[in-house]
Design a protein around this ligand. Structure first.
Ligand code: SAM
Ligand code: SF4
Length: 314
């Protein structure tokens, strides 16, 4: 459906858990997140049912499964199978990759078409200090290979660029993307518990990349601007929520694992649908609330993005 600004809202980001097996410095507190009671989380069947109602109400055509880390969610394959049964035109997933080797094939079998994998450095010591867990480049390269072998391609790798943490790796990342066959996408850091000085802008990313040659902008892909190195043809993406917000073409709504629907990443409150779903008051009232949520989607995030990404899925 179209929102009040005429934007077509057809993309649901479905967070299936707010738990994670690592603790990225820009996303989660080191001690983890406040525990919520199991009863407050949508069950597998409720997740499938509610996503189906939302998809029908808004006319959703694309679903991205996210988290927290979606691969730690018990019953994930049943969720994916159920959501796939609602026949989205695209069903994709974002993961940190750590459990992908053992799950890629099964995910493809139940309906996942593509994956995005997060990786913020190519150096093991940095990967470990960003993830605050024992993760290595080999683990993520293994995930990339598994994704290709399972047919979950094209594979995109997302890298949050942070000043004095990994911003000297842009060129290396673009080269690594060429070698491994993935599309690397650099993400501007959104305010988190890290200092605001961590922010590196799109233009700074382009400037770093220009060591490889002249950088030319290609067509946009969703929220990512796509760029290429003119002489070599190597491509990479930049997701720039601040330098290039793309709010005017945003097509997303988000459902958290707690059953809260958000119309924007910057929205603090959202509308809770879990009780209505459990109260058996019928789909109509939920459909109405979904449509109201879409209609009040803000024009833009106005730079007020300081959200719990592990809750609503980045
Ligand atoms: N756990 C999965 C993963 O890391 O890919 C999926 C959920 S994670 C919240 C989704 C995306 O949000 C990841 O690519 C992550 O790098 C990004 N993200 C999290 N916090 C961010 C922040 N403060 N700024 C920019 N991107 C962020
Ligand atoms: Fe976990 Fe993804 Fe957040 Fe990293 S970005 S802590 S992998 S949810």
């Amino acid at each position: 459906m179209r929102d009040s600004k005429g934007r077509e809202i057809d993309y649901l980001r479905l967070s299936v858990t707010d738990r994670c097996n690592i603790r990225c410095i820009y996303c989660m507190p080191e001690s983890g997140i406040p525990l919520v009671s199991h009863d407050d989380v949508l069950s597998v069947d409720e997740t499938v049912q509610l996503s189906g109602i939302i998809m029908k109400a808004a006319g959703v055509r694309k679903v991205r499964i996210t988290g927290g880390e979606p691969l730690v969610r018990k019953g994930l394959l049943d969720i994916v199978r159920g959501v796939s049964g609602h026949c989205p035109e695209e069903l994709v997933l974002t993961t940190n990759g750590l459990l992908l080797c053992s799950m890629a094939r099964q995910l493809a079998e139940v309906g996942i078409e593509r994956v995005n994998i997060s990786l913020d450095s190519l150096r093991d010591d940095r990967i470990r200090s960003i993830a605050r867990r024992d993760v290595s480049l080999k683990d993520i390269e293994g995930a990339v290979v598994s994704a290709f072998e399972a047919g979950l391609d094209p594979v995109k790798v997302n890298c949050v660029v942070m000043r004095n943490i990994n911003d000297d790796e842009i060129v290396e990342f673009i080269r690594w993307g060429g070698e491994t066959g993935v599309t690397v996408r650099f993400i501007e850091h959104m305010p988190s518990m890290l200092s605001d000085d961590t922010f590196v802008s799109r233009d700074e990313i382009i400037e770093s990349a220009s060591v490889l040659g002249e950088i030319v902008r290609q067509n946009d892909e969703g929220t990512a601007g796509i760029y290429s190195v003119k002489d070599t043809g190597q491509t990479f993406g930049i997701i720039a929520p601040f330098s290039d917000p793309m709010c005017s073409s945003c097509s997303r709504i988000r459902l958290s694992a707690l059953g809260i629907l958000y119309s924007c990443l910057a929205e603090e409150e959202g509308v809770s649908l879990i009780e209505l779903l459990r109260s058996d008051s019928g789909d109509e009232i939920i459909i109405e609330l979904v449509r109201e949520t879409v209609m009040r989607k803000p024009d833009s995030h106005s730079g007020c993005v300081r959200v719990k990404m592990w809750r609503i899925g980045g």
